[in-house]
Design a protein around this ligand. Sequence first.
Ligand SMILES: Nc1ncnc2c1ncn2[C@@H]1O[C@H](COP(=O)(O)OP(=O)(O)O)[C@@H](O)[C@H]1O
Ligand SMILES: [Mg+2]
Length: 365
Amino acid sequence: MLKRAKIIGELGNGMYGTTYTADVDGITYCMKVQKILAKDKKKSFNSPLWRELDLYAAISKMPKSDSKFLSCMYDWDFIDDCIHVQKRQHKIKDKRFAEEIKKLDESNVCVRYLTELKPGESLHDHMKKNKISEKEFCALMLQIIKMHMVLADHGYAHGDLHPGNIMTSRCKSENYKLLNYTLATGKYRLSAIDYGEVIHKKFKQKLGNGSKRFFTDTDKYLMDEVMFMAHNFAFGWVKIVDKCGWNGVNTWNKATYKLFKKHPEFIQTAKYKYYDIFPEGVDEIEKFLKKIDKEFVNAGEFIKSSYSWDIINRLIYEFGANYPETYADYWKLCIVPKVIHKEMFLMILMISSIAGVIEYLKDRM
Ligand SMILES: Nc1ncnc2c1ncn2[C@@H]1O[C@H](COP(=O)(O)OP(=O)(O)O)[C@@H](O)[C@H]1O
Ligand SMILES: [Mg+2]
C-alpha cells in the first residue's frame, strides 16, 4: 500500500518523526516517516522500532472491541535513500542526546508506517480548547483506563501515554466493557497512538523502577498512570506545557526537595491519608524527611532506592491542588494552575485500587 501512497498534508512533527495524511486509492490514512540507523533495520527488540511493530502485530489480532481504543497499522517499509528532513519544535539542550539525534539526521534510512487516520484532534488540543466538565472528565478518564487495561491484558504497556498521544474523536455514544461494568463513551471516543516506548516481558528491556512495576504489580503501575492523567487534567498541564515549556526532571528534584523541606507539617499530616494504600510508604516518607533535614536529597535518587514513588507523587499532587501558587513557584511554572474539579481530584488521590477508581468515576458520570 505504501508504494501507492501520496502525501496530502502534515499533521505534526515530534523529536523523531513527522506525521502526514496520505492518500492510497482514494482513502486517507496517517503516514509517519522517521529516520533510523541502518543497524536498526535488523530485527531486535533493543530497538523501540521493532517493539512498536510487535505491538501493531498484536493489535491486528485483537477483537475490534479492544482495538478501537488503540490504532491499527496497515503497512510499513524501509527507504534506503531517504531524503526526509526532520523538523523539530524544540531545541535539544542535552549534549549527548543532541549527538544521538545528529547521527539519526545524517542517516539515509527511513521507516514509514501507514496507520489508521483517527478523526478529531489530540486530547492535548482538546483539553487546551475546551472546558472539561466533571462528567466528561470521568468519561475520558475511564476510557484512558480502558486503553491501559486492554494493553495490559495482552501483556503490553504503552510507556508514553500522555494527552499528545491520545486521539479524541467525536462519535455517537458507544458502550464498552470495563471490569464487570458496561460503560458509555459519551460524546468522544479516545484512542491511543504513537507507541514509541512499548513495554512487554518478552522484550527483556532494562526498565526504570516505575515501569518495572508493570510486571511485579500491574495494579500499582496502572494507578500511577491514572494519577498522572488525573493530575494532568486537574492542573491543566497542557496549558502549562504550551505556555511555560517543559524543563523536566531537574525541576522535579529541586521542587520536591523544597516542598518536603519547607512543609514538613503538611507532609506529616497528609501522609496518613495514604497509609491504607501504602503502609511501607509512610515509613519511607519519615526517612526522607529526616534525611532532608540534614542535607540536600535528590528525590529521584531517593526513590530509586525505595518504594515510595507513588506516595511521594500523591503528596506532591495533593499539595499542588491545595497550594497552586506555591506549587507554581517551586516548579518554576510561568502560570499558576487553575485546579479544576479539585474535590473530585483529592478523592481520587485517596483511592487504593484501579477497581476503586473505576467505581468512583462511573458513579460520577
Ligand atoms: N493515527 C492518527 N490519526 C490522526 N492523527 C494522528 C494520528 N497519529 C498522529 N496523529 C497526529 O499527529 C501528531 C503527532 O503524531 P505522533 O504519532 O504522536 O508523533 P510524534 O509525537 O512523534 O510527533 C499527533 O499529536 C496527532 O495530532
Ligand atoms: Mg506523540
